[in-house]
Design a protein around this ligand. Structure first.
Ligand SMILES: [Zn+2]
Length: 328
């Protein structure tokens, strides 16, 4: 990552902290105006704090110091009571953070990059994946099982709704247990079925929830993925460090989501590269979700037996069926 880009990201973090400070100032103003007694008690508490500092500096006796400290605690308790009496959340006048882990600094106490910063750096590399746009629309709150038919027909013993319910519950479990690495089919999911049955929607819901939990997620259509690989491998004249970063991220992120496998142009090069990514991630126990309109035999035709056997052996497979939801 180059310095200029890092500087811009750090500025963003600065704005984020400033914005939350402004919001806090607003809340303080609002409460103090509405509840003058809270204002005066807050000022008392602050004065006590100053007094205590002075006493400590001037080498006052422990008794004097603990005396002030006790008075201050009494005031704090009284203040909390006032909050409760007036139905104000106790943390209402505390500074909020978008990321509690790093307090919006981007770095943890041990000096390491916080996950939010790692993801922010990924997002910057992945502007073309439109992750943010997708995430603003798709999330589990908008998930509606009623859109799926509850009819059972001769071909299917489980209704589309029932089927979707199972898939939904399993993905919730997947998110909940994301930290666990089973080294089994539970680690990786394959969503297969016709277009318009909610596969992409579900993928982005999973991405959103895991991002919120602080994991690094890369969401790419197979088409974009191939572009990332080609730019890295063929090093055209516009090749930059970004291309290298994009490529490396495919291997290192916590979750790689490949959407719409089968829509891209496949040749022996792309097929072997896809195998390389899937295989490396599986060996490193890094998780993958694939969505595809193809069935396994079609994947075998487009790609290779090697890929199919890795998928069969390591992915939990889900079949989506029903009628196209895109117009509902
Ligand atoms: Zn953070």
């Amino acid at each position: 990552m180059n310095k200029e880009k890092m500087r811009k990201i750090m500025l963003e973090y600065q704005y984020r902290r400033d914005r939350h400070q402004d919001l806090l100032d607003e809340r303080v103003g609002e409460i103090y105006k509405k509840y003058p007694n809270i204002k005066s008690i807050s000022e008392e508490i602050r004065k006590m704090g100053l007094k205590m500092t002075k006493l400590v500096i001037s080498g006052a006796s422990e008794e004097d110091i603990s005396n002030i400290s006790r008075q201050q605690n009494e005031l704090i308790n009284r203040k909390n009571e006032l909050f409760i009496e007036n139905n104000i959340p106790l943390d209402y006048l505390e500074l909020k953070y978008e990321c509690e882990n790093c307090k919006d600094t981007g770095f943890l106490e041990n000096g390491k990059r916080c996950n939010c910063l790692r993801q922010r750096m990924l997002n910057d590399s992945y502007v073309m994946s439109n992750l943010e746009e997708i995430l603003s629309m798709d999330n589990f709150e908008n998930f509606n099982l009623d859109l799926f038919s509850d009819k059972v027909t001769e071909e299917i013993t489980v209704s589309p709704r029932e089927n979707m319910k199972t898939i939904f519950m399993d993905t919730q479990n997947y998110i909940f247990n994301f930290d666990k690495k089973e080294g089994s089919k539970k680690d990786n999911l394959l969503f297969s079925g016709d277009p318009g049955l909610g596969k992409t929607f579900l993928c982005s819901c999973i991405a959103k929830d895991l991002l919120d939990k602080g994991y690094t997620v890369i969401y790419q259509t197979a088409f974009n993925l191939m572009e990332v690989i080609e730019r890295y491998k063929f090093k055209t004249e516009t090749f930059s460090y970004l291309d290298e970063e994009n490529y490396n991220n495919l291997f290192t992120c916590d979750l790689l989501i490949i959407d719409d496998l089968g829509t891209e142009m496949v040749n022996s090069f792309t097929a072997s590269e896809l195998f390389n990514i899937i295989n490396s991630r599986l060996n490193a126990r890094k998780k993958i979700i694939i969505s595809t309109n193809l069935g396994l035999s079609e994947i075998r035709n487009s790609y290779t037996d090697r890929i199919v056997s890795r998928i069969v052996g390591n992915f939990q497979m889900y079949q989506f069926y029903g009628s196209d939801l895109r117009f509902k």
